[in-house]
Design a protein around this ligand. Sequence first.
Ligand SMILES: CC(C)(COP(=O)(O)OP(=O)(O)OC[C@H]1O[C@@H](n2cnc3c(N)ncnc32)[C@H](O)[C@@H]1OP(=O)(O)O)[C@@H](O)C(=O)NCCC(=O)NCCS
Length: 169
Amino acid sequence: MLNTDQISFRQATADDLAQIVSFTNSIHLQEDDQSIPTNKHFLFNLEKWLKEELNNSLSLFLIADFENNFGQTNSIGFIGATTVINDNGFLENPTKGVINLLWIEKEHRKKNIAKQLVSMIEDCFKENAINVIECSFTDTNELAKKFWSNMHYKIFSVTARKIISDTTK
Ligand SMILES: CC(C)(COP(=O)(O)OP(=O)(O)OC[C@H]1O[C@@H](n2cnc3c(N)ncnc32)[C@H](O)[C@@H]1OP(=O)(O)O)[C@@H](O)C(=O)NCCC(=O)NCCS
């Protein structure tokens, strides 16, 4: 049985890029229904975007590390969040927090690790006077639906999509 005492959290560094790319690709593979073709340079472009995000002063990535009984440490999950500023004058507070990415390796799930990562990100937003946080997930992602509902995130908007087939053929 895994012991949560062996889990620790830290801010990601440039050295975590390859691991974050791998975790993010796992989220992609889980959520992608292949209704929209993926670019052939997907992984290269994903790495480029994540590298930029890791350097973005408005973004924050936290890593969950697991130390096994032999003292070896592995990263087993992460969260990626950013601050969006929409200064169109419509809102009293133009900033909102967005949690873009969240992944916990399968064998470490249901041990409140994601919950702790989300709490840390929420605290960070609170400290910066940001009181609106959003996240998005696909309608077929039952794990995410249950998890975010458990974390008191309410469905606020719905995206509808139609793939228009080529009628000239
Ligand atoms: C969603 C995900 C991040 C949850 O990670 P996790 O570490 O297992 O979640 P936690 O253990 O912190 O769960 C927090 C709460 O949700 C509950 N929960 C977690 N998984 C659940 C499940 N499959 N069914 C029901 N409840 C669940 C926990 O029991 C806990 O509830 P509690 O506060 O009442 O005790 C994980 O399943 C995952 O990585 N999924 C694939 C990626 C993904 O879908 N990411 C989200 C979209 S970006």
